[in-house]
Every structure is written in structure tokens, then in C-alpha cells.
Design a binder for this molecule. Sequence first.
Ligand code: MRU
Length: 361
Amino acid sequence: VSEIRSIEWVPRQPGAPLPGSLRILDQTLLPERLVYRDIIRPEEVADAIRRLAVRGAPLLGVAAAYALVVAAQQAQQAGADTADAVRRAAALIRGTRPTAVNLFHGVDRILHILEHSSGSDDLALEIWKEADRLHREDREACEAIGRHGADLLPPGSRVLTHCNTGILATAGRGTALGAVYEAFRRHGKLHVFADETRPLWQGARLTAWELQQAGIPVTVLCDNAAAFLMASGQVDCIMVGADRIAANGDTANKVGTLALAIAARRYGLPFYVLAPVSTLDPSLPDGSGIEIEYRAAEEIVRPWGRNIAPQNVMVYAPAFDVTPAELITAIVTDRGIIRPPYERNIAAACGSSGSQRRATP
Ligand code: MRU
């Protein structure tokens, strides 16, 4: 599994990062095919994000930053205005997907470099350095989340998860799955239940695939079997990721997460959200301000190119939902485990972050 790279910067020649290209694993083709794509234009990154070829909140942040690197590199090679090209690419990337705050955070990190640039000739290199730093920070954040999260998973734990929060969703080993990987490394006694995660099957296609690669026992279930699994005593806890966490702890994550949290409360099971502090958005007082992405109807009624509902039927297609903080047992971050009262404790976690700048969608 450690050989799987969801994202990578590939220099054209050894010794210097630029010129180079952004290599992404095209997640739309998994689990059937492992295809990497080399990207040299910001429009290609935007397209990959919209198609969910790259996805998962932390990975979107890293991809967004590299999109601005390719824009800078392209402008510099063409003798065009680099800063202008980067600003245009920033607007393009911001318009791709609205919910994951990390995407905006990644763009803002690079724009900050642009605004404070020394005016050196090699603006593209300065921007690459910041993207590379963000990339490494995400990898380290995953390690820390994994360590804190694994403390919640004693030997024999049976974990229910939703969507994909692992190697494929981050630049490291993941958030909720990061905890699973670390717990499995510690004691090897763990079972994961992966919701298939309609409409795009990130659980069945991606989570089951990467856990199987790692030799971790995993069972796939339909999303609508999760409540019965809990009711029949087969789960010890629920661990999910997040796309954006408001100041009061309300959490946006893949649609279906809310139903899990409600069922978990009914059956007295701990419900954990695992995310880096870069997913906290203290600018939003609560979850009502989180913009939810709605996807094309075809993704629901025409999967794999086949009609599974009558033509022109009306479709409800939110990609995310918001779980109220009151249903969340704890939020596991790279800075430690945040427990209620969330308002105070999230503010403290953000306050201790020098790098946590306000994301501006
Ligand atoms: O639409 P996706 O696949 O990008 O949605 C991903 C999720 O909802 C994940 O749970 C979240 O981004 C956390 S990934 C560590």
C-alpha cells in the first residue's frame, strides 16, 4: 500500500523540481484499473477534481495547491504574467467543488505566497515550495491522526466507516483509515465494515480496495444495511472523515454520514470524526453555513451508463450532509482529540495553529 501514491510531483529531470508535472492516480477507474495521469495544465486539475479522479478533502487541498504550480510553470515557460496566471487558476479551482474547506485552504496558501513574494525571478519555484510543504504537512497530519485515532481502537475492534478516508483521500495514509492502519500495525486485530457509499461507491471501490491491498479484513455493505449492522451488535464504533467542520463541531461529510450518526446514537455507539485541523472552518459558527455540493442527476439514475430509474424522473443528489455536533463523540485531529464543548475546544485547536488561515470560498 505504501507504494500507492494518490498524488505526486514528478520533476522532468533529477536535481530540480521544475519543470515537472503533477501525477495523480485516476480514482474513477478503481478498483479495476490502476492508471496514473500526468498533468501540466490547471484546467486538467480542475477537470480531475470535478470528475472525482482526485477527491477527499485533504487531497483536494494538495491538488489545489499543485494546480497553481502548474499554472505558474506554464505561464513562466510561455513568458506570460505568472502572477496573473496563478490568480486565474485560483479562481478556476475555487469553482470546482464547494464543500471541502481544504481545497480553499490549499489555494489560499499559494495566494499568500504570491502576495508576499520577494519578486524573485522564480515565482514558480516559490509556489512549488509551498505546495510541497503543504503536501508534507498533510502526510504528517495523517500520521498524527492515525496515532490519536488508534488509541480508540483496542484489539478486536469492529469499525464501521463511510466513503473513503485513506491513502486515496489524502497525501498520506488517511484520517479515519489512518487510525485503522495504525491500529492494525499495533495489534493486527481489527475488522472494518465499509459502507458502499452511493452514489459513487467510494466505500466499495476505494476503501475496500485499499484495505484489501493492506491485508486488513474488510466487509462491504449497502449503505442502508448499516443501521441493522449496528442494531445486531456487530460494530464497536463508527469512524468517518470530514470535508468541513464548523466552529461548533457541526460536520459536513459524504452524504449518508448523518444517518450513521443518528443510528449510532440510537444504539449507544461512539461516533468519531477524524480530520486534520485544516478541515476546521472557524469562520462558520455552525453547519448551516456550509455549502453543500449537489451532483448531476445521472450519477444516481444512470450509473455505469445504464438507466436504473425512468427517464426524466426528479432526483435529489446532495454529495454531502451535515451531522450536528451533538451526535459526535469526539473529533480526532492531528493536534489531538477534541471533545465537547466543541466551541471552546475547536477555538483552542485553531488558536494554537499559526498556519490556520481563514479559507475564503
Ligand atoms: O466526494 P468525495 O469522495 O470527495 O467525498 C469525500 C468524503 O466525504 C470524505 O469522507 C472526506 O473528504 C474526508 S477524506 C479524508
